[in-house]
Design a protein around this ligand. Sequence first.
Ligand code: ZN
Length: 261
Amino acid sequence: MFGFTQWRRRRILRKFNVDDAAWQRVSACFPFVARLNDDERSRLRDLAILFMHGKQISGAGGLELNQEMKLGIAVQACVLILELGIEHYDGWVEIIVYPDEFMPRHEIRNEHGLVETDEMSYAGQAWLRGPVILSWADVEHAGEMDGMNVVIHEFAHKLDMLNGEANGFPPLHAGMDRREWSQAFTAAYQDLCRRVSAGEHTEIDPYATASPAEFFAVVSEAFFELPDIVRAVYPQVYEQLALFYRQDPANRELPREWRLE
Ligand SMILES: [Zn+2]
C-alpha cells in the first residue's frame, strides 16, 4: 500500500468537493463537530472527501444510500483520524450499510465438531483487513449525544486492528508509554466489570465489559460524544485517549444548543 501523496490529495479535493449546504446540514448533526474550530472543521471536511473517494460505501438489504448519508458516515469515521491522517484507514475499502440491525450467518464449529449458528443481531461490525458493516437505524441515532455512536465504535476497532486482531491495544505513537496505557485501561476495565456485576449504574455503557477490545471502542465513543464524563470517571483513560487521538475534546467548549440540562 502507498499513502496519499500531497499531489493526489489535492487533485481529489479539487475534483470531488461537497457543496457547502450539504456540508452544513450533515456536520451540524454531530456534537463532536460543534466542539471544533474552523481550521479543524475544514480539515475534517477534506478528510471526509478523501474518505468517500477511497472507500466504497454501499447499501445492502434494499437500503439506498444518497450522498448525504455517505457524507454522514464519512464525517463520523474521520473525526477519529482528524489528527492522525487518512492513511490510518488504508488496507481495506468496503463499508456495507443495512437498513437495520443485521444477523450475519456465521457458522461456528463447537468443541464436539457440530456446526452452530450465531443468532446475534448486530448494529455494526468491523473485520480485520475487511469491511465495516453498519445498521443505518443505529447510524441515524448517532446525533443524540448519549455517548453511543456505532460509527465511532466500529472505526475505533479498525484503528485497534492496525496491529492485528482487536484487543484494546492499538499501535501507540512515538512518545506514548505502553505501560501507562496498559495500567490505565486495565484498571478502568476491571473497575467497570466490578461495578456492572455488582448491578451498579455506570456512566460508561456496560457493553464495554465484553472484552478489552469492546472497552476501547466504547470509551472511544464516549470520548468524542461525552468527553467530560470519561475524564471525570476514568481520568487516566481520558489522558491516554487524548494522546492517542491527539485531541482534547473535554477542554473544548460545547455550544449552548448542545448542552444537556
Ligand atoms: Zn465492538
